[in-house]
Structure formats: C-alpha cells, structure tokens
Design a protein around this ligand. Structure first.
Ligand code: PLP
Length: 420
C-alpha cells in the first residue's frame, strides 16, 4: 500500500508511463530545487501514504458516527482521530475537519453565520488578505458587503485604530483577522475587543501561521476568536485541505452545516486521514523544534536580504514568511519570480501594501522558510539562499549568473534529500 518505493514510486505507476513521467518529474523538481512558496511544504511519508490510502474508495456524508451511508466504522475512526487530535493541538472544544480547502472552510463559516448582504470586515489583498475574505471575484465578494482594513503606511502593520473606526462605521457581523502575505503577529485580544464593541464574531484565518500556533511560537487565536479557520498544508505541513475550530457549542450546527451541505458534499476521507496524520505529527516535540527553526531561518533570510540592500515590507518578519519590496530594484515580482525559477528557486510574485503596480505584475515577492526547514536547511543555508535571491533580483537578465546559481542550488539540494 506504500506510495513511495525507494524514494520513488510503486510498480502500480508502470501501467501509465505518461502520468508516471509527470509525477517523477515533479518529485525531481521538488528534490533539486528550493521551494520558497509560502503555501507549500514537504509532507512526511506518513501523510503521503494516508492521502494515497484505500480511504479514497469510501464515500460518507454527514459526521463521524452519524452517517447517511453504511460501512463507515473505519471512516468514523479516521475522522474521530483527526478531530480528537486537532482539538488537543489547538486547545479548543469543537472542530470540523471536512473542508476540502481553505476557501471552502471560509465559505462554509460565512454561509453558516451570515445572511446575504451582511457586512464582513477583513484585510485587503494588497495588505496581505486572502481572496476568500471577500474579493469581488469570489462567492464571499458577491454575497456579502465587504469592508476592508489595510496596514499603516509607516509601520506596514495592521492599525487597530483603523479596524475599530471601520467596525464602528460599518457594523460588521464578522471581523476577519489573518491573511496570506502578512509576516507579523496579530493582536487577537485587540481584535476581539473591537468585535465585542460592535457585536461581531471574530474569525481568525490562521492558514499561514497554524503550524507556528501549534508550536507555541505565534500568539494563540484562542480564547479570543469565535471561529478559527485554517488550511492544513502550509506551515502545519499536512494534507491538502482545511478545518474550522471553535469553542461555543451554539455555533456548532451553523458551522458544521455551513460546510456540509452548505458548500460541499461527501467527505474526502483519504485527505481527512492525511489530516489525522499531520495533527499527530504536530503534537510531537519535534514539530515545535521545526517551527522554532523555521522562524530563525526566515530571520536569517530577511537579514541577509536587508544587508544586500533589498527592502522588506515592514522591515523583517515575526514568522516563517518574508515579503520583499522590489521597487528599489526597478523590477516587478513577475520578472523576479521568473529569474528565481531559472536559478532553481521557486517563489511567488505578490502585491505589497500601497502597491503602485497591478496584481499580474506586482512589486513584491513572497518567500517562506517552511519547506526548506523541513528538508533540514538551517540559518547557514538560508543565508546562502538570501545571497542568491539578492543576486538574482539585482541582475534578473544575467543568464550566466542565474545558471551558476542553479548549479549551486542543485548541489545544496542533493545534500538534503527530501524523501530519503
Ligand atoms: C491559503 C489560504 C486560504 C485558502 O486556501 P485554499 O486551500 O487555496 O482554498 C485561505 N485563507 C488564507 C489566509 C490562506 O492563506
């Protein structure tokens, strides 16, 4: 039942050479390149095997021990294990581990708690917010009235005075804290005080810092948040999916039914098995050490870039994420990401606060230590990565220099194999 065999794939794949070629290619790309995209990580073999397991054959609807279909005893055991572990990990009373993705978790919570036209106050995307927090192109942007807060121009951090003023003016039903491109801690107690003042629920979307919260190296959203949503595949280093957590029993039916049948149907049990696996891993002391290292590595990366004259949004990081401002380099994030890719470094272009450029070619570059730390890179390796990035964004069309970095990246990666 193993997905991996000697670090590669089982014989089952021989039946489909075209697919096998693409999967092998992807394994080699991950092995020989440096992954700096913050929404990615390198999961354990256990998580891979759980997601590739026979649970993919089983269909269930409903919740553990309350299913519509029969034959669910092991399905129930898997979901109950994931629920028990995630509640212990984050110290909360209730959880839903069925959301297929972070966007679905947010859509489900909104559907359960809001009526069409209700007001949501969330972070704007240029300041780091996620599109599922009300971008006009999404369901949330269509069904609810969205008001956005940003960051202060001087500090490039959330200004709770702005959040409070907007809350008092627009009376939101939900205030969302947390985003996709924000490298700083958030004051959850401060957010909650504002939510209480206007009678709103506080929803924390911890997709990017869930692993740090689990490890105790980021402020805990509980007891302040009414609901916490998160993906499980970023800093939490697990299955590709999401969850919702809460403490108040009176919210349980609204959140659970908002997710199912509100926004999705039957459960992806193989993914729930992968979530159970990663929650189990995150409960172990090694996971704390991993996250402590990820933050130290991101700091080393940030310090190296700053010393090379590359400006960082907000001047650095509290987390495993670093947001680069390329305005001084005179290039956009699209050019930078393509130069890095040809040097074997995968990163994504990103909007920065008050970005003068459009989202397709924004001024920023988002970096993360998540995946590199998983494969064993420490601060020395991240300083080298910082030097390579600084060189690539300074001379993005110097093909010979990028090729030379590509060789060094490959040599480094071979010393840190990802699956044995
Ligand atoms: C990644 C992310 C999501 C959504 O993730 P998908 O699984 O891609 O839908 C939601 N919220 C935040 C803050 C994220 O960073």
């Amino acid at each position: 039942m193993s997905v991996l065999h000697d670090g590669y794939f089982t014989e089952g794949l021989d039946a489909d050479p075209e697919l096998a070629a693409a999967l092998r290619g992807e394994l080699e790309r991950q092995q020989d390149g440096i992954e700096l995209i913050a929404s990615e990580n390198l999961v354990s073999r256990l998580v891979l095997e759980a997601q590739g397991s026979v649970m993919t054959n089983k269909t269930v609807e409903g919740f553990a021990y309350a299913r519509y279909y029969g034959g669910a005893e092991f399905a129930d055991a898997v979901e109950a294990l994931a629920l028990d572990r995630v509640k212990r990990l984050f110290g909360c009373r209730y959880a839903n581990v069925q959301a297929h993705s972070g966007s679905n978790a947010n859509n489900g919570v909104f559907l359960g708690l809001l009526a069409i036209g209700d007001v949501v106050l969330s972070m704007k995307t240029s300041a780091g917010g996620h599109i599922s927090h009300g971008h006009p192109a999404t369901l949330t942007g269509r069904d609810y009235r969205i008001v956005h807060y940003g960051v202060s121009r001087e500090t490039e951090r959330v200004d709770l005075a702005e959040v409070r003023a907007l809350a008092l003016e627009h009376r939101p039903k939900i205030i969302v804290a947390g985003g996709s491109a924000y490298a700083w801690t958030l004051d959850f107690a401060g957010f909650r005080a504002i939510a209480d003042e206007v009678g709103a629920w506080l929803m924390v979307d911890m997709a990017h810092f869930a692993g740090l919260v689990a490890a105790g190296v980021y402020p805990d959203p509980f007891p302040h948040a009414h609901v916490v949503t998160s993906t499980t595949n970023k800093s939490l280093r697990g299955a590709r999916g999401a969850m919702a957590l809460w403490n108040d029993e009176t919210l349980s039916d609204r959140i659970n039914y908002g997710i199912f049948p509100g926004v999705q149907g039957s459960v992806m049990l193989h993914v729930v098995a992968g979530k159970a696996a990663c929650f189990g891993e995150a409960l172990r002391p090694e996971f704390k050490a991993y996250n402590v290292a990820a933050v130290a590595n991101a700091r080393a990366l940030a310090d190296t870039l700053a010393a090379a004259g590359v400006r960082l949004v907000g001047g650095g990081t509290d987390t495993s994420m670093v947001l680069v401002d390329l305005v001084n380099q005179g290039i956009d994030g699209d050019v930078a990401a393509k130069a890095l890719e040809s040097a074997g470094l995968a990163a994504n272009k990103n909007l920065i606060p008050f970005d003068p450029r459009p989202a397709e070619a924004p001024s920023g570059l988002r970096l993360s230590s998540n995946a590199g730390t998983t494969r064993g890179f420490g601060v020395d390796e991240f300083r080298r990565i910082g030097d390579w990035i600084a060189a690539a964004v300074t001379a993005p069309s110097d093909a010979a220099a990028l090729a030379a970095i590509r060789d060094e990246v490959r040599t480094l990666c071979r010393a840190f194999p990802i699956y044995g």
